[in-house]
Design a protein around this ligand. Sequence first.
Ligand code: WT7
Length: 660
Amino acid sequence: MADIETFKQENRVFAPPAELVKHAAISGMEAYQALNAEFAKDYEGTWARLAKDNLKWHKPFTQTLDESNAPFYKWFADGQVNVSYNCLDVNLENGNADKTAVIFESDDGKVTRVSYRELHQKVCQFANGLKSLGIKKGDRVVIYMPMSVEGVAAMQACARIGATHSVVFGGFSAKSLHERVIDAGAVAVLTADYQVRGGKQLALKSIVDEALAMGGCDTLKHVVVYKRAGAEINWVEGRDLWLSDVLANQSDVCEPEWVDAEHPLFILYTSGSTGKPKGVQHASAGYLLWAVLTMKWTFDIKPDDVYWCTADIGWITGHTYIAYGPLAVGATQIVFEGVPTYPNAGRFWDMVARHKATIFYTAPTAIRSLIKAADADEKVHPKQYDLSSLRILGSVGEPINPEAWMWYYKNVGQEKCPIVDTFWQTETGGHMISPLPGATPQVPGSCTLPLPGITAAIVDETGNDIPNGNGGILVVKRPWPSMIRTIWNDPERFKKSYFPEELGGNIYLAGDGAVRNKETGYFTITGRIDDVLNVSGHRMGTMEIESALVANSIVAEAAVVGKPDETTGESICAFVVLKRPRPTGEEAKQIAKELRDWVAKEIGPIAKPKEIRFGDNLPKTRSGKIMRRLLRVLAKGEAITQDVSTLENPAILDQLKEAQ
Ligand code: WT7
């Protein structure tokens, strides 16, 4: 499979279909340029216009952008909104009450349809239930739930009462959950007995029990359990409650709690290059505004669309493009509990066909694994399914290699669906750089051009612009409404991580490298420039994994690097020095397995190293710094061309070639 470098030579161009252009929200490049021109002429005024046109304000704002305490920017600060009101009540007022909001499909294929009226009732009941537990505006609530209508309703219910949620992905371990409950100072954890994926029941409640038993969760009062599977679970009297009991007899009317535009809607933890995961804090109005605008611009959402984003609500994609964006524009969306390979690898295509999905948004890693599956078994090839309902495809989470792009375009989109390759991050709240389906000619592997209002640029180490054709650091020059507001509990780290002094202190550092095409100005993301890995679209810090490894009593030292991987984009390769002599043969295999399981316990199964290599030492410079660049070369299995004369013990390089 092609390496990232080949992106630069890509010159195939795919124009959007004329019919789509005709009716698109942003129709043709002229419309895109016109919107850009409006922003260029009056940046704040344009945002103000869009905010007035696209959100319902309880109290209108008078100031658009407050830069007085930069980089802690405020948007629409004296306005008041409620996000849940904008997602639900607005639809009841707009005549969407009986429209299907959610088509939920369970792991075993059971389909439930929920109308906007029903979802509104459910969320109101949920909100009243939370209130009955004493949960109020400003409290933090951790949500550790499976993909479900209840999971979405839980997020909306928090928004309705002004509680700040922090969703933790169901694949994270007890230890990770524990860390997040403490950092957020959560008063409640909303969870389920089990989650059901790929025909298996996976415990959730017992992981919550384990996390809370670790102690120190002094703020926590309640654990609310949604019964998904009904199997026996452990119960802590006085702390644990069934969701059904909390909701029983609750009114399905709940006045929204009006909050200031800047009120924290949620915290979502994500990995950085150093230290513990960061609690990315998002605001209410600015975040929702961008969710709405990108639903309209990037997905060109229309009343008849059946929209499907395959992400999990535990990630930012599931926040913006499942729990909030689609509802705020009154869309019908599919919410899927299961996995793409169960009961077979045709599941996605089968669901698109059965539900007549028109917009399909998934990750390159899923596409690549389904290509493999289709190559191996004709029966699960997309051509076996009627995918004619599709009109727009999307990609998110990592670079999509041109081969996977072409396969997606031909076999899933039948050469008639534009692919929106959306570049963005947990911190950006929504899409930043992406083709517009009814305007932008697409080039495989390029996320093309910034969305209107997004001042993305490429600079050198000192913050100066660099010419197109040269690789550099991706930044955003002006604040935008859906940007991260701070890191929960750590404003200093926020400043250092995203607005570093080296770049002048007032431009946003994305953490990715990028290059713009000389002729078209199109962006191609070349990968992270920090020690952050992207494995199957999951973001992980190398240091986090290293810390997990050295927390094991047999490990003396560990270094983790990313290795290009055909399916997962990158894979985790760990170089480990034990406190005992370097193991070989069966013993090495056994210890590697133990360490993998250990990392799964410490962080979660997604952080398990694919390869572990044992050495008597790690390659270090004379000053004792680990030569990571050398480790990356070793991980790839390439010949070492660097000067290794400074190495204390060059023989270890041979040891580190052997993977377990
Ligand atoms: C990192 C952000 C975007 C929401 C899901 C992941 C990488 C994301 C793309 C893309 C190339 C991409 C970047 C970014 N990334 N989308 N279309 N092309 N790279 O959010 O976990 O915060 O990760 O994912 O490296 O910095 P996240």
